[in-house]
Design a protein. Structure first.
Length: 396
């Protein structure tokens, strides 16, 4: 199958969309697809849009987004349309509903998204306090995009429910396929078991991984480690990615590693060393859609402790590959859970193995790619289009 992979960013860069933009086409290639890249789309908003952005952001202090404005989306469509004749294409795939919104084509379009626009309003800080024009464009353009799609693949049940609730998409047009781990591993169950058996049992090592310290719940992670130390379970908290202000104010048991790039062999080795020594990932996130970090830690047999928010419970199953606490849970509740599990090391080892099982069973790119391939075969086999390039399922 010939796939045109469309992204606004450079999907050949592993840092694109936290690595997901890079790994989706790799997953399709693993399934035998020929992938053509259409990316690095130029925004080029007209000067009126530049003025609007300055007006809303600087004068009214509102979060104005022009990437959902019809002017920008028409420009995206022109660039994609120009690139398509040079590719042999059966289907277009994108990890965002934005680039292909106003694209006129007879080819089926499949998007693989982690959220719909209405669900992220007042959810992420950057999507709060938006002007009415951004809200109107956001709803209207996403409805056009999802209506035109042949199929909408969501990375979580939360995202799928949002797509159906807000845009009345039929069940047969929506699938749930989690993203895989954006880091290569080739560990066997035997190696995972050896790693678990060799871990330190005299102290607990927690890892917090996330760039946004506040939104990802960094202070809660620190407080959890502090309580565990007070309860006589020696605990270290290793922080990946974040740079909170006044790092010197934190106690010695908190160790900051900063941002480590996956683009270099040295960076990958360092990340693997930190993850392999950990007992738990702790990510008490306040707002998230489908964090890839869960599958990455599960790939090493590390259980993930997080919050029941957004699409996290599609990825983290309680007492199997971690635990998703209610959003209003306190640090002492995290600490109690950790100490109870850690105190019975056989129970902890069992959770490590089931965490790895979740990765090998469903949270990897090979599995997700195969499921996506089934979707692509279906939409390319059963399709006709009307004059508005809107998909019509002919299976009925």
């Amino acid at each position: 199958m010939n796939v045109a992979y469309v992204t606004a960013q450079d999907s050949t860069n592993i840092r694109s969309f936290s690595g997901t933009g890079y790994y989706v086409p790799k997953a399709l290639k693993m399934q035998g697809c020929e992938v053509s890249y259409i990316g690095n789309l130029k925004t080029r908003p007209y000067w009126q849009e530049k003025i609007k952005e300055k007006y809303y952001r600087r004068l009214l202090h509102k979060n104005y987004w022009f990437n959902r404005n019809p002017v920008v989306l028409k420009n995206y469509a022109r660039q994609i349309q120009k690139a398509l004749p040079s590719t042999k294409t059966d289907v277009l795939v994108s990890i965002s509903s934005i680039p292909t919104t106003l694209l006129e084509t007879s080819l089926p379009i499949v998007v693989w998204v982690d959220a719909v626009f209405p669900d992220i309003i007042d959810f992420y800080p950057e999507f709060t306090n938006m002007p009415q024009v951004t809200l109107r464009n956001g709803f209207k353009m996403e409805k056009i995009s999802l209506d035109r799609c042949a199929h909408v693949v969501c990375s979580s049940h939360w995202a799928a429910r949002g797509a159906q609730r807000y845009y009345r998409l039929p069940d047969e047009k929506v699938s749930v396929i989690p993203y895989g781990a954006n880091m290569e591993t080739s560990l066997s169950p035997e190696i995972i078991e050896q790693m678990v058996n060799s871990k330190a049992t005299e102290k607990c090592i927690l890892v917090f991984a996330g760039v946004n310290w506040e939104r990802k719940g960094g202070e809660m992670a620190v407080e959890t480690a502090r309580i565990l130390n007070e309860r006589r379970l020696p605990t270290e908290l290793h922080v990946l990615g974040s740079h909170p202000k006044n790092k010197k104010q934190y106690p010695p048991f908190v160790r900051f590693h900063g941002f480590i790039s996956k683009e270099t062999a040295e960076g990958k080795d360092r990340i693997r060393q930190i993850i392999s020594a950990a007992h738990f990932l702790i990510l008490p996130t306040r707002a998230d859609c489908s964090p890839i970090v869960y599958s990455e830690f599960n790939a090493w047999g590390i259980p993930c402790l997080t919050t029941d928010v957004g699409g996290t419970t599609t990825l983290v199953k309680n007492n199997i590959n971690g635990y998703a606490f209610p959003l209003d849970s306190r640090a002492d509740e995290y600490a109690t859970y950790i100490k109870d599990i850690f105190s019975d090391y056989n129970t902890y080892k069992k959770m490590c193995l089931t965490s790895y099982g979740e990765y090998t069973g469903r949270l990897n790119w090979k599995t997700s790619g195969a499921k996506m391939m089934a979707v692509l075969r279906r939409v390319t086999h059963n399709k006709t289009y009307d004059k508005q390039s809107r998909y019509i399922d002919t299976r009925a």
